[in-house]
Design a protein around this ligand. Sequence first.
Ligand SMILES: NC(=O)C1=CN([C@@H]2O[C@H](COP(=O)(O)OP(=O)(O)OC[C@H]3O[C@@H](n4cnc5c(N)ncnc54)[C@H](OP(=O)(O)O)[C@@H]3O)[C@@H](O)[C@H]2O)C=CC1
Ligand SMILES: CC(=O)[C@@H](O)[C@H](O)COP(=O)(O)O
Ligand SMILES: [Mn+2]
Length: 417
Amino acid sequence: MSQRKRVALLGASGSIGCSTLDVIRENPESFVLFAVTAHKNLQVLAGIISEFRPRIAVVSDNNREAMDAEAFEALRRVADEAGTDIIQGADALDQLVSMAEVDVVVAGIVGAAGLASVFAAARHGKRILLANKEALVMSGAVLMDTVLRHGATLLPIDSEHNAIFQCLPDRLQQAVACKSALQHLPDAAAADTLWDGISRVHLTASGGPFRGRSRDSLSKVTPEEACKHPNWQMGQKISIDSASLMNKGLELIEACWLFDLRPKQINVVIHPESIIHSMVEFIDGSVLAQLGAPDMKTPIASALGWPRRIGSRSARLDLFALNGLHFEAPDLVAFPCLRLAGEAFEAGGAAPAVLNAANEVAVQAFIDGQIGFLDISKVIQASLDSCIIHEASTLEAIVEADARSRVCAEELVRRFS
Ligand SMILES: NC(=O)C1=CN([C@@H]2O[C@H](COP(=O)(O)OP(=O)(O)OC[C@H]3O[C@@H](n4cnc5c(N)ncnc54)[C@H](OP(=O)(O)O)[C@@H]3O)[C@@H](O)[C@H]2O)C=CC1
Ligand SMILES: CC(=O)[C@@H](O)[C@H](O)COP(=O)(O)O
Ligand SMILES: [Mn+2]
């Protein structure tokens, strides 16, 4: 019988999807692509089906009227030929990750749309490779509890969090990935000192395409300019989040939940080269860092193989070609989103879900030309101020807070536009 791990790749048509496919392509003896999902991009999905012949493909968008009928027919033909079952609708995502045949779930859907499937995977005790940071930001405590109760394994593939994870001693890696092992460690956050002699974490940020610019100079920047990330090729939403530093804000919250930290234990440092992907500092003054060329195939391969190492065709680091490594403090006046995220985490309850939903609405409105770049943080701030922040101790409460925040943020967008 095959010992290959069967992978369900959520968001296969996106940037994380593309990097994951390449790692699987390089390791056919260890992994088989069991299932893939896409939302609107049927052409890319057809190409993936034709190459990998997965057992199942989900098209999560079920708005038949808006769908390109010809592209759907072409997809069906390719799927028939490959022996792939096509299932349509968002509910199919949850069914898919719950299947007994699935060993590994790569959560590469963007935004809150990925929340339910991450939970379904956790409830079924799967090994989850988490790229979808929004799911964790929205639901931190509830998701961590679900992972713990159902014996799931949660491995970060966001490059910074994967770097921090790689810098941890083996025993802590086990505790972070399999939350059940955490119970045997002291409550580090409460004790104000971190596990195993760790004193703090340095979370690196590129600074995005607008690093060094004043707030006033950003009033007229376009979505195209905001998407020109200096180092990474990524989807549109995360690229704009990087430009506003909201990506780092989301990552601050992500790190707090993954590694059981408080924001004050995390030093956000701008590192424009994106070569050091984050660092862990110990009480004896040692600082361990994970370095690599900015290429998501590296963290994805590291998590797919964990605790082993597997190969990938990621770009290699040429130390002699580097023009120095630089570090500076973030400018929280020009980029208030990072501050807003830290405050939302400290406020607790549904505040991070409100922050995330408002950001998603504001970023989409910026892409659609309804509001300016500087309005993104204004919509988020006003949403946090005007939304009543409830407790969020269940998935249902989080989903409700997300929905309310969207209504509130959409109203604010109308006022700003
Ligand atoms: N790209 C990167 O290097 C990194 C990304 N991440 C995180 O990974 C996630 C994915 O990012 P990225 O790959 O860049 O994004 P992309 O925009 O490139 O891809 C997003 C994927 O999600 C699918 N999708 C979009 N909307 C929905 C929906 N409503 N329901 C179901 N599926 C949907 C898309 O389908 P379709 O295209 O078919 O419409 C696509 O497959 C984000 O949370 C991001 O923050 C984290 C670290 C690095
Ligand atoms: C590749 C990755 O993990 C992204 O989150 C990336 O780090 C974004 O870069 P910024 O540091 O500019 O937000
Ligand atoms: Mn990242």
